[in-house]
Design a protein around this ligand. Structure first.
Ligand code: PLP
Length: 454
């Protein structure tokens, strides 16, 4: 195939690309026609052959403030020179406490204890372990089963894939943790709901009632065996699946009534993408535990968080034995990494100073109208959106459901736009700093790419 980027400027010996086994990538296809990014600034990448590419997914949903923001660059540089690392266990440094206090200000009332990890996957597994250990500390050690949801994505570690619901991420690895799954809430193709689907759609699809399936799982396993339910407020990786009106409220009610912890995985929805600090705030439902990552540092450093209700923290402290003993034997070398915390503080400053949430709320209707204009483009089977995120389901080519999304994304890249393709969807999450004109040209280019695809 003709290389997408010539790479003519990069002189490397044959086999130079072989050693790096790339993450979540089609290694053979990539290495035959590499797409190498040299630098980034604002909403644009520059490839190694000097082309500008608009960042239609804010990196991987993480760089909403745009790339190479001076304040973050400076904070990271300053911190690495001051304290590049300090031991994460039994010692601390001031920045992690400062950042935790700042994070708590942004969280729904009552979520006020912050545990640090290095990624979204680590945050998911931390939250699941925290839930099990919490019930054990409360004398209910039988409450171990974890409930996720079809189409859910909670990273790639064993806990996360056990509760996750994307078959491609699960089927290869066997079962690890006892889990069960709620049905997904994606409306049938052709629904084209804007924002939240109604509780009950005119075609009879009853989205909100899907939460009641949790009652079936409780009847099957009994609540005395269930530790937690984990869902994304809206699912990102599966192709942007938005909760129907009333659905999350119903999940909350059932969890409360049956003494089951509710965990929101806000790795994509947290810190601005919904136009609020959290999906919990956007959808008006407060979980017991909330995870986040990605946008906290604007992607400039790896950092994840797990934020728990104070009663959960207090339970660990009260059951912790002598005060020199660990209350929660869990954590990572890079938990509360000082450089990541510095990036987090700088990013929070910028999210506030740029009024980024307000900007997302202003841009969202423009984005919604633009993305739904693709409804009549070739192969478009459905469109879903919320805040500055959208998923477009691509009608499958016979026998090859993932092929057209790849072809469309590659065509977009040739034209100077990066969009994500995953499963049978194209996913968009433009930077919060996008202009209306950039959104319009992204969508116009995408429409052309859909129409040009066989
Ligand atoms: N949880 C959700 C909802 C995500 O979207 C992701 C990544 O996209 C993760 C967890 C995993 O995060 P990471 O790739 O940082 O481990």
């Amino acid at each position: 195939p003709e290389p997408l980027l010539s790479n003519a400027d990069v002189q490397h010996p044959d086999g130079w690309l072989d050693a790096h086994w790339m993450a979540f990538s089609a290694n053979r296809e990539f290495k035959a026609a590499p797409r190498l990014i040299a630098s980034a600034e604002g909403s644009y990448y520059t490839t190694t052959d000097g082309r500008r590419v608009f960042d239609g997914l804010s990196g991987l949903w993480c760089a909403g403030l745009g790339h190479a923001r001076e304040e973050i660059v400076e904070a990271v540089g300053r911190q690495v020179a001051t304290l590049d690392y300090s031991p994460a266990f039994q010692f601390g440094h001031p920045l992690s406490f400062e950042l935790a206090n700042r994070i708590v200000e942004k969280m729904p009332t009552g979520l006020n204890r912050v545990f640090y990890t290095g990624s979204g996957s680590e945050s998911a597994d931390t939250a699941l372990k925290m839930a099990r250990a919490y019930w054990r500390a409360k004398g209910q050690a039988g409450k171990t089963r974890l409930i996720g949801r079809a189409k859910g994505y909670h990273g790639v570690n064993f806990g996360g894939i056990s509760v996750g619901g994307i078959v491609g991420n699960r089927k290869t690895f066997g079962q690890a943790v006892e889990a069960d799954h709620l049905p997904h809430t994606q409306p049938p193709n052709g629904s084209f709901h804007k924002g939240m689907p109604p509780a009950e759609a005119p075609d009879g699809w009853k989205g909100a009632a899907l939460a009641d399936e949790l009652l079936q799982l409780i009847a099957l396993h009994d609540a005395s065996n269930i530790a937690a339910v984990i869902v994304e407020p809206f699912s990102g990786s599966a192709g942007v699946v938005i909760p129907p009106v009333g659905y999350l409220q119903r999940l909350r009610e059932i969890c409360t009534a049956h003494n089951i912890l509710l965990i929101f995985d806000e790795v994509i929805t947290g810190f601005g993408r919904c136009g609020q600090w959290t999906g919990a705030a956007a959808f008006g439902v407060v979980p017991d535990i909330l995870t986040a990552a990605k946008q906290i540092t604007n992607g400039a450093q790896p950092l994840g968080i797990v934020v728990a209700r104070q009663e959960i923290y207090d339970t660990f402290m009260e059951q912790g034995g002598p005060d020199y003993m660990l209350e929660f034997p869990h954590g990572y070398t890079y938990s509360a990494h000082p450089v990541a915390c510095a990036a987090g503080l700088a990013s929070l400053d910028l999210l506030e100073r740029d009024s980024a949430l307000q900007r997302v709320r202003e841009l969202s209707p423009v984005f919604e109208t633009a993305v739904h204009s693709l409804r009549t483009a070739r192969h478009v089977a459905d469109i879903r959106n919320y805040g500055l995120a959208a998923g477009i389901t691509v009608a499958p080519a016979p026998g090859e459901p993932a092929k057209r999304p790849w072809q469309i994304a590659m065509d977009m890249l040739r034209k100077g736009y990066y969009v994500r393709y995953g499963g049978d969807t194209i996913q968009l999450a433009p930077p919060f700093i996008s202009t209306e004109a950039e959104i319009q040209s992204l969508i116009a280019a995408l429409g052309d790419s859909f129409n040009a695809t066989a």
